[in-house]
Design a protein around this ligand. Structure first.
Ligand SMILES: NC(=O)c1ccc[n+]([C@@H]2O[C@H](COP(=O)([O-])OP(=O)(O)OC[C@H]3O[C@@H](n4cnc5c(N)ncnc54)[C@H](OP(=O)(O)O)[C@@H]3O)[C@@H](O)[C@H]2O)c1
Length: 292
């Protein structure tokens, strides 16, 4: 069935990015989904699955030898900023050491390495970041992502690094992790929504994001790309928009500490739009797709 298709290995395929990317790529590529779980709850029609803990060099070696991928898309990671701050050793193991393992064996099989990174490699002072701006992470999560980028860049492989921001969409595996649904459930119960962070991001609808990743693979694009919603928004305004388009009262939302200075992690995405010949969704368009 897969005979003539290009071989793509996806790590951490139970992440929100991983599960959507599998759906997007299956049938078009010969996809091997991997995660640290014994089996997959994803409908296994047109992809194969195998357990792979990316922190285990031995497992990475075995899987790479067996599958011999042409492309590796690394979506495994520790993504919670607070958890990274509290579990630094584990964060480094998952976000950095694993990238050493994966790039090392990608070199053996001559695979191209596609890595997912974050706008948190910047310090949030300037905003409107372009790919060439100087990174200066202030969180441990950001530091680990920057270290992983540096490993990829110096690996000697063909590579692309995709920096993204605030992805939302349906998580079919961990339904309780769905940001928009959780928010609406809170509002339906007339609970007040306290926003802790005064922050600007690019809300990014997952369907649009994986379309772009698919194009990066297909068109064999290399380099650093900012791939995210084309419009920036404060977290407060984004949450208020979700609430008002669903007919609820946005007064339920309050920014907890208004005196905290705003941090702007917004990214400019025009370079990636041009390279991939696509237009990323703005906030309203993204939400329209979400609620389709
Ligand atoms: N979501 C965003 O808004 C966003 C923004 C910028 C960058 N990113 C980056 O995109 C990547 C994926 O993010 P996401 O939000 O899709 O992540 P996610 O939903 O939090 O999932 C991360 C996945 O990695 C898995 N994982 C953890 N340790 C592993 C290991 N040792 N071996 C194999 N898999 C392991 C996790 O499994 P368990 O859940 O079982 O631990 C989980 O399935 C991350 O690198 C993140 O830094 C995400």
């Amino acid at each position: 069935m897969h005979n003539n298709l290009v071989r793509v290995l996806i790590t951490g395929c139970h992440s929100i990015i991983g599960q959507w990317l599998i759906k997007r790529c299956q049938g078009k590529f010969y996809v091997l989904g991997t995660s640290k779980d014994e089996s997959t709850p994803l409908k296994k029609e047109r992809f194969e699955y195998i357990k792979l803990d990316v922190t285990s060099r031995k497992m990475v070696k075995e899987v790479f030898k067996k599958f011999n991928p042409r492309f590796v898309v690394n979506t495994a990671g520790m993504n919670c900023i607070e958890r990274c701050e509290n579990e630094k050793e584990q964060c480094w193991k998952i976000n950095v050491d694993s990238v050493n393992n994966l790039t090392y064996y990608s070199k053996f099989v001559n695979a191209k390495f596609i890595h997912i990174s974050s706008s948190f490699i910047f310090d949030g002072k300037k905003g409107n970041y372009i790919e060439e701006d100087r990174p200066f992470p202030t969180t441990y999560y950001g530091k680990s992502k920057l270290a992983s980028e540096n490993i990829v860049k110096s690996s000697g492989l063909e590579w692309s690094i995709i920096r993204t921001s605030f992805i939302y969409g349906k998580d079919t595996i961990k339904k309780s992790k769905c940001f928009v649904d959780n928010l609406l459930n809170q509002v339906k119960q007339k609970n007040k929504i306290d926003i802790e962070e005064n922050i600007i991001l690019n809300p990014t609808y997952i369907g649009n994001f994986v379309d772009a990743v698919w194009k990066i693979i297909k068109l064999e694009k290399s380099g650093v790309f900012h791939i995210a919603g084309r419009e920036t928004s404060t977290l407060e305004d984004f949450i208020k928009k979700i609430i008002t388009i669903n007919g609820f009262d946005s007064n339920l939302v309050q920014l907890k500490d208004k005196n905290n200075s705003i941090k702007n992690f917004g990214m400019i995405v025009t370079n990636a739009e041009k390279e991939l010949n696509m237009k990323f969704l703005n906030v309203e368009e993204g939400l329209r797709f979400y609620f389709l």
